[in-house]
Design a protein around this ligand. Structure first.
Ligand code: HEC
Length: 213
């Protein structure tokens, strides 16, 4: 279910030629919202038909040169999980420890889960939980950030962020580090009104949405 505005937009689009004037207006509003999303640079990461740069572009298995861990070379701090990842798909929006109480990455709603991976079973018993991926533990220059999620039907799948730090899209868009790609883009969504429009747009994204460039 969307808000009244996104439902109206959907309804108008489905009426086709019968309410051509409303349809035209609704489409224009849709385009303007998409422009706001693109102008803020969201399309730098959430782009194309799935609204993500994350598309498998290689034949499995990936080449060993593209695989990394945080355990080799050895971690300089923490006790990270030994899982492999492909560094070139990660993007860092400063969301490690986001909203985890007492971890220094607060943004108003401190409900993020601890950065822990699944405990390994040792003789059938759960051992200690290793530290989760998402930060560069071993100082080799890769490992900070996350795979960019698709935004198709994003309205329907809260909570958001890898650790559930946000329960609403409004919360996601209110995070200045994310909007600015961790301080590397200018923030053009500084007013609650502008952010509300981008949230409207996010709520409308599904497989029928033409992705902005
Ligand atoms: C530099 C790349 C980048 C940019 C730019 C970016 N995002 Fe993201 N976005 C991400 C990553 C990475 C995550 C996942 C972070 C995490 O889970 O901690 C994410 C998560 C999200 C989520 C939550 C998805 C989920 O399934 O939990 C939404 C919604 C979202 N982004 C919308 C936006 C909007 C709107 C903008 C523009 C204001 C934007 N993003 C700009 C990389 C980016």
């Amino acid at each position: 279910m969307g808000t009244q505005q996104s439902l109206d937009l959907d309804a108008a689009l489905r009426f086709d030629g019968k309410v051509a004037i409303i349809t035209g207006a609704a489409m224009r509003i849709g385009r303007e919202l998409a422009q706001l999303f693109a102008q803020q640079g969201c399309t730098g990461c959430h782009v194309g038909g799935k609204f993500t740069i994350s598309t498998k572009d290689f034949t499995s298995p990936p080449s060993a040169a593209e695989l990394f861990t945080e355990t080799s070379p050895a971690a300089k701090f923490g006790a990270p999980v030994g899982l492999q990842y492909m560094a070139r798909f990660l993007r860092n929006i400063g969301s490690f420890n986001l909203g985890v109480p007492g971890k220094g990455n607060d943004f108003g709603k401190e409900i993020g889960a601890d950065e822990k991976a699944t405990a390994a079973l040792v003789a059938g018993k759960a051992g200690a939980q290793p530290d989760a991926l998402g930060i560069d533990y071993n100082g080799d220059g890769v490992g900070a950030g996350y795979n960019v999620p698709s935004l198709l039907g994003i309205l329907a799948v809260p909570p958001y962020y890898h650790n559930g730090a946000c329960e609403s899209l409004d919360c996601v868009v209110s995070n200045p580090k994310h909007r600015t790609a961790n301080g590397t883009l200018p923030d053009k969504l500084t007013t609650p009104q502008q952010r509300a429009l981008v949230v409207q747009y996010l709520k409308s994204i599904d497989s029928r949405t033409t992705p902005p460039k």
